[in-house]
Design a protein. Structure first.
Length: 78
């Protein structure tokens, strides 16, 4: 069996981070390295995240705790 992992954003944690640092969507997007509309869609749960978002957090916003930011859903595939 193979285990697939799907990553989801902890929206509450991301919103709290944004609020604590007094960031707009544009400022948060610039910090992470993605487009402002991507942040807006992620926060509205209209869009998932991709490698660009994850890499941007790791390299540009390391103060975000990945363990809190990302939720992992694992499922076994036959």
């Amino acid at each position: 069996m193979v285990t697939e992992k799907e990553f989801f954003v902890n929206i509450a944690y991301l919103k709290a981070y944004k609020h604590e640092h007094n960031l707009t969507n544009r400022e948060l997007a610039k910090r992470i390295g993605v487009h402002e509309s991507s942040i807006s869609r992620i926060l509205r749960k209209e869009k998932g995240i991709g490698m660009k978002f994850i890499a941007g957090v790791i390299y540009n916003a390391s103060e975000l705790d990945l363990d809190k930011l990302l939720k992992v859903n694992q499922k076994e595939v036959v």
